[in-house]
Write a protein that binds this ligand. Structure first.
Ligand code: PBG
Length: 330
């Protein structure tokens, strides 16, 4: 005679009310940080062709976009600038210009929306004529770590002066968290937070972002500073350093192919953990959905939930507005 099951996990799935009662992970709009693209000019909104539904905004239009997102309950934003080529140079000087596009716009956003949290990006690539996150040695082509710290520190300080709530170093230079912390503290910005891109991998999933901002490296790749996708223990080493150096929050990037890294980092720190659901991850779902191959909305919600389940306390995601609309609908 066949033995009937004595344990029946399905009892906890038998109705929607019970399923919701035992649900372990919940998404809310508090979890979202919305990355937005800023460009020079006025009254222009240009769609990123590899990111359907995501636009590059001139500052005036970006204010409208942020207003719409705030209406949907989104409270944190991570602006990234597309800088005119004429303003780019080897040392990314434009990055600390308080009258430049980025810092003026950050200040403007904070004036119009004092309660939103703005996380600014620290890395040289948007302003670098070489398209790298640090200074390139003209002879060897090497990315110079310690010389770059000087530039990154000045960039972070200028961002804090413009009103940034959180500084987000995405450059992966060694020692930059301690360097930036020191510069901020010595200039009366001890209240400004640092969310370190702790484990940022040299990933092909950044492609659409580089299209959007025209920020791809002119020569070579980023493998001498971004992490090898094969490595997980190395992420824990970066974590230990970021903790020592005074990071307030740590980030893993990208998110989807790195859920195991998110999990491992979460298990090894008491700091808040965030994950960046990057441009290529967004593009994949959009492309499949446009072909009718997956249900775009359900896939989006499942992916975001999985990132949170893996251990992320907050998620940088281009889906922020769309997901917030789904959560509002219930
Ligand atoms: C650059 C930066 C990148 C992203 C955020 N900051 C690209 C890169 O490192 O080349 C990628 C984000 C995304 O793909 O959504 N400092």
């Amino acid at each position: 005679m066949a033995i009937l099951p004595t344990h029946r996990p399905r009892r906890n799935r038998k109705s929607e009310v019970i399923r919701n009662m035992v649900q372990e992970t919940n998404l809310t709009t508090n979890d979202f940080i919305y990355p937005v693209f800023l460009i020079e000019g006025q009254n222009k909104t240009i769609e990123v062709s590899s990111m359907p539904g995501i636009h590059r905004f001139t500052a005036d239009r970006l204010i409208d976009e942020i207003g719409q997102a705030v209406e949907l309950g989104i409270k944190a934003f991570a602006p990234f600038p597309g800088i005119n080529d004429a303003l780019k140079d080897r040392l990314a000087k434009e990055s600390a210009n308080p009258e430049g596009l980025y810092l003026k716009t950050v200040a403007d956003i904070k004036r119009q929306f004092p309660d939103v949290v703005i996380m600014t990006d620290v890395a040289m690539d948007p302003y670098s004529s070489d398209g790298h996150d640090g200074i390139v040695d003209p002879e060897s082509g090497e990315i110079l770590n310690d010389a770059s710290l000087e530039v990154l520190g000045q960039m972070a300080l200028a961002q804090a002066r413009a009103g940034a709530d959180i500084i987000g170093p995405s450059d992966m230079m060694d020692g930059r968290v301690a360097w930036i912390r020191d510069v901020l503290d010595r200039n009366a910005f001890s209240h400004v937070s640092i969310m370190s891109y702790t484990a940022k991998y040299a990933s092909a999933f950044y492609g659409p972002f580089r299209d959007a901002l025209d920020s791809a490296p002119k020569k070579g790749d980023k493998k001498s500073y971004q992490m090898n996708p094969a490595n997980k223990r190395e992420a824990l080493r970066e974590l230990a350093l970021d903790e020592q150096e005074g990071a307030d929050m740590v980030m893993i990037k990208p998110a989807l192919s790195y859920l195991d890294v998110i999990h491992a980092v979460k298990a090894n720190t008491n700091l808040p953990v965030t994950a960046y659901n990057v441009s290529g991850e967004y593009a994949m779902i959009k492309a499949a959905a446009q072909n009718g191959w997956v249900d775009g909305e359900k896939t989006m919600m499942e992916v975001l939930l999985s990132i949170k389940r893996a251990g992320a306390d907050a998620i940088l995601t281009y889906f922020a507005k769309e997901a917030a609309a789904v959560l509002r609908r219930g």
